[in-house]
Design a protein around this ligand. Sequence first.
Ligand code: ZN
Length: 531
Amino acid sequence: MTRERLYLFDTTLRDGAQMNGVDFTLHDKLTIAKLLDDLGVDYIEGGYPGANPTDTELFGAERKFDATFTAFGMTRRPGRSTSNDPGLATLLDARADAICFVAKSWDYHVRVALETTNEENLASIRDSVTAARQKGREVLIDCEHFFDGYKANPDYALACAKAAYQAGARWVVLCDTNGGTLPHEIERIVGDVVREVPGDHVGIHAHNDTEQAVANSLAAVRAGARQIQGTLNGLGERCGNANLVSIIPTLKLKPEFAERFEIAISDAKLKTLAHASHMIDEMLNRAPNRHAPYVGESAFATKAGIHASAIAKDPATYEHVTPDLVGNERKILVSDQAGRSNVLSELERIGLSVDRNDARVTRLLDEVKEREAAGYAYEAAGASFELLARRVLGRVPDYFSVEKFDVSVEQRLNAVGQHVTVSMAVVKVRVGDEDLISAAEGIGPVNALDVALRKDLGKYQKYIGGLELTDYRVRILNGGTEAVTRVLIESQDETGERWTTVGVSPNIIDASFQALMDSIVYKLVKSAAPA
Ligand SMILES: [Zn+2]
């Protein structure tokens, strides 16, 4: 059976870069373009050459992509000729394989924003397409506000789309610029358009303002559109653009689409999707969304014990697709609801094989329940769970012990009479027969303690050199008779691996100390440091 080709157009570097708080450097843009090209999208929209220095440099930069590298810009200005429009000239001269013009398709915008006539706007579309074609570029026309325009004046919106197609545009892209259109409206309107412009020349560009950008994109495909525009992780202005990270696996794995359509992303590349998604977050210096469909850490995580035992029998029972297809993994959360099967699956995942009837499993389960009742959160602190499990199973060496520590916080006046707060920590550690004393100052007491603790661990120092703390979260829990503090610490090592540890105590320093200790010991275990 031959399947129809569906094309993916990524606009992370153009529309995605419009998002609040997103500011890509030239290096970022080149790295993301490479990531997209490796993933296998058909088109990469780089940005507006001539509009800002970064984009101008990007189009000037040496690059070699399989994807069609696309420049974005305006059609010729009303009342000018194509040969007398500097903005258009820059766009036509940009080193790009394709040009995507944004054009008005809502008569209201033509009148109010462009301050021109409907006929002049159509002429501008035709002339711009022709000029770009003469330069040997593939041409796309983004019909801005198409759906709102179609609702107000269907004949004119259609006339814009047809003008672009008849002048030779490869793609007429219907944009839901304000993002307020609903899936059933998209399906109906795209259905009307493809009677005038062949569907294999029609694209959809959806925004997420009603959280339906993905649904709208799929609705457009059902109605006949054959190009989808979107961004990685749904980056984009306001509520974002259609999220390609959700669209791609849906097209690949859901039979309704997979049986009818073919996309350029191979099965092998699909397995790199979670990684690509996390890389983008890494570049934006933000924590990945744990609950992101397909690629989030929780996307295939199950909590209740009854589900875990069914999953152990057959994973398909509680999963809509197999996690490794998108580069994710199944995760059974260890929590106070956990049954024996949760703990057993988790032990298997971390590579601790133990007989399911082993008495130590019962002991571990009891310990987890007891500690979770006291405030520990093993579901969020996998490394602390692993250490606890290894201790119950008798497999964690006593690398070192902390004999005592002292943390002080002092507020005083400095030389120029300002109040300053200074934190200091002194730690006495015993490694083998050796006592080691370290002191350190820090931004706060926990930081001072952390620095002092990791300053000198004798023969183990070489294993923790690359260790750093990447996140520190504190929560006050009001359970039982008194409030306790729960501290979660995320650490990272030189290989980029991250892990989370937990500590609980009425005292915040003590809770932090426990989590810090677990983090260091976990790193030593992971590095197979000799006892
Ligand atoms: Zn947009």
